[in-house]
Design a protein around this ligand. Structure first.
Ligand code: IFM
Length: 481
C-alpha cells in the first residue's frame, strides 16, 4: 500500500463520533427488567458463537456509563451513536413498557448532554425480543407493527432531548444473516423468510420514521443505517460477471434504498428472486409507508466484494457443509460467487480497500444528490496486544482509519455531502458470532478486569477531533497519554 495520507482538514461543522450497540457492550442481560432477546438465545445455544461467548457481561457498560461517558468527553467526541435495547424497553416486544429500561437510557442521554455530547440513538441493532421471534420474527408482518409502537414510545419519551434518530442498523444483516444463512440470530435458513424479513424491516423503518415525524416534525434528523455493498465484477468486460455484481447490488443495496428513498422495489430484484418468493407479503399501501424522507443516510463501510457468475451446486454445498456461508444463494443469487480479495486484511479477513469508500459515497451522491450522508460505522478488528510499556500500539488500526478518512475526504472533494464520521467502535465488544475474539475498539477492554485502556488509535482520534485534521499515523504512538 502507499504511504498513509495525513494533513487533510475537515470542515468545522463535521461531526466526530464513535459508535456502539446495546447487546455488544451493555451486559446485564437479566437486570433492570430486561427481557430475553434473540441474541441471548442464539449465543446461549452451543456451537453458535466462538467458544460459546455471550453478551451476558460484555463490556459491562450498563454499570459503567459514567466512566464511559468520561472517556467520550476526553476523546472530544461531538456525538455518540448508541442503540437502545428493545427488550429493556418492552421485555416481550409488545404490551407493557418497562420503566427501569426507559430510565436507563434517560440517564444515559442526560449524562451525554451534560458532557456536551449529542446522543444519536439507533432504535434497533439486532436484539429482537425473543417473544417476537417465537411469534414469527421479522418474516412475520406483526413484528414491523410492534416495532412501530416501540418506536413511538421511544420518540415520545426522549424527543425533548434526542433529535437524531436512526430506525434500524444494517437490516441486511438482520434479514439475510438472521434468516438466510443463519450465522446471526435467530439462526434460521430459509430464503423466502429472509426476503419477507427484508420487507418487514423496510416497513418497520417506515413506521418508525412516521413516529419520529409525528412527534418531532422537522426538528428531527431522521436516518437509517445501511451496510451497502461495493460489489465489483471480477472481469468488468464479462457480461456474466457484471450481471453478478448487479444481482448483489439489487439484493444488498437497492432492496433497501429503493423502497425507502424511491417508494418501490426494483424489478430486477423481484425477477431474480422469483423462484424463492412471489413477494406477496408486500401489501397495498406498504410502499407509501416505507417511502420516507430521510434527513441523512447512515453508511457503514468496512471492505469491498468481488463477484463472478458461477453455477452453484446447492446439493453439493450442503453436503460439503458450506451451505450456511452462502447467504445470497438462499435468496436467489445462487449463481453468484464471492471471490477471495487481495489483501491486506483485518483480523476479520476483510480486505482493506479505502477506494471502495470513495466509490460508494460518490455513487450515492450521484444517485441521490440531495441526500446528506453520515459515516455511521467504519473501523477495523486487529489482534491487539498490550505492550511492555502498558500501551496498545495499534498502528494498523490508525492506518486503517486514516486511509478511510482520507477516502471520505476525497468523496467530499468530488461533491458528496458527508456530514460526519463515527468510528466503530468506541470500545472492544461482543463481535456477534466471533464473540470476544475480535477487537474493534479504539479503547481496549480487559475482559478479566473490565478495565478500559486507551489504544494509540484513541490518542490519534482525539487529535483528529481536536484539530479536524489527520495527524501522521506515525505520531500515534507518541501522542501523550
Ligand atoms: O460489530 C458490527 C456492528 O454491530 C455492525 N456493523 C459491523 C460491525 C463489525 O462487524
Amino acid at each position: 500500500m502507499t504511504t498513509t495520507p495525513s494533513g487533510r482538514t475537515f470542515p468545522d461543522s463535521f461531526v466526530w463520533g464513535a459508535a456502539t450497540a446495546s447487546y455488544q457492550i451493555e451486559g446485564a442481560v437479566k437486570e433492570g427488567g430486561r427481557g430475553p432477546s434473540i441474541w441471548d438465545t442464539y449465543s446461549g445455544t452451543p456451537g453458535r458463537t466462538l467458544d460459546g461467548h455471550t453478551g451476558e457481561v460484555a463490556a459491562d457498560h450498563y454499570h459503567r456509563t459514567a466512566q464511559d461517558i468520561a472517556l467520550m468527553k476526553e476523546l472530544g467526541l461531538d456525538a455518540y451513536r448508541f442503540s437502545i435495547a428493545w427488550p429493556r424497553i418492552q421485555p416481550t416486544g409488545s404490551g407493557a413498557f418497562n420503566p427501569e429500561g426507559l430510565d436507563f437510557y434517560s440517564r444515559l442521554i442526560d449524562d451525554l448532554l451534560e458532557a456536551g455530547i449529542d446522543p444519536v440513538a439507533t432504535m434497533y441493532h439486532w436484539d429482537l425480543p425473543q417473544d417476537l421471534e417465537d411469534a414469527g420474527g421479522w418474516p412475520a408482518r406483526d413484528t414491523a407493527l410492534r416495532f412501530g409502537d416501540y418506536a413511538r414510545k421511544l420518540v415520545e419519551t426522549y424527543a425533548d432531548r434526542v433529535k437524531v434518530w436512526t430506525t434500524l442498523n444494517e437490516p441486511w444483516c438482520s434479514a439475510y444473516l438472521g434468516y438466510g444463512s443463519g450465522v446471526h440470530a435467530p439462526g434460521r435458513t430459509d430464503g423466502a423468510d429472509a426476503l419477507a424479513a427484508v420487507h418487514h424491516l423496510n416497513l418497520a423503518h417506515g413506521l418508525g420514521g412516521r413516529a419520529v415525524r409525528e412527534v418531532l416534525g422537522d426538528r428531527a434528523t431522521l436516518s437509517l443505517t445501511l451496510n451497502l455493498h461495493v460489489a465489483r465484477p471480477d472481469d468488468p468486460t464479462s457480461e456474466a460477471d457484471v450481471d453478478a455484481a448487479r444481482k448483489i447490488d439489487a439484493l444488498a443495496n437497492r432492496a433497501f434504498l429503493n423502497p425507502v428513498l424511491d417508494g418501490h422495489y426494483p424489478q430486477d430484484l423481484l425477477d431474480d428472486t422469483a423462484k424463492v418468493t412471489d413477494w406477496s407479503f408486500v401489501q397495498d399501501g406498504d410502499l407509501a409507508i416505507t417511502h420516507t424522507e430521510l434527513d441523512v443516510l447512515g453508511v457503514n463501510f468496512y471492505s469491498t466484494q468481488r463477484v463472478r457468475r458461477f453455477t452453484f451446486d446447492h446439493e453439493k454445498a450442503m453436503a460439503d457443509g458450506h451451505g450456511a456461508s452462502k447467504a445470497s444463494a438462499w435468496v436467489g443469487a445462487d449463481d453468484v460467487e464471492f471471490l477471495p480479495q487481495p489483501g491486506p486484511y483485518t483480523a476479520m479477513r476483510w480486505n482493506i480497500d479505502p477506494s471502495g469508500m470513495t466509490e460508494l459515497l460518490t455513487g450515492l451522491a450521484r444517485t441521490y444528490p440531495d441526500l446528506p450522508l453520515m459515516i455511521t460505522e467504519n473501523g477495523a478488528a486487529f489482534d491487539d496486544e498490550v505492550s511492555a510499556d502498558g500501551r496498545v500500539h495499534d498502528v494498523q488500526r490508525v492506518d486503517y482509519i486514516a486511509r478511510h478518512l482520507e477516502a471520505v475526504g476525497q468523496a467530499m472533494d468530488a461533491g458528496a455531502d458527508v456530514r460526519g464520521y463515527f468510528v466503530w467502535s468506541l470500545m472492544d465488544n461482543f463481535e456477534w458470532a466471533y464473540g470476544y475474539h475480535r477487537r474493534f475498539g479504539i479503547i481496549r477492554i480487559d475482559y478479566d478486569t473490565l478495565e478500559r485502556i486507551w489504544k494509540d488509535s484513541a490518542y490519534w482520534y482525539r487529535e483528529v477531533t481536536r484539530t479536524h485534521t489527520l495527524p501522521p499515523v506515525t505520531a500515534a504512538a507518541t501522542l501523550a497519554g
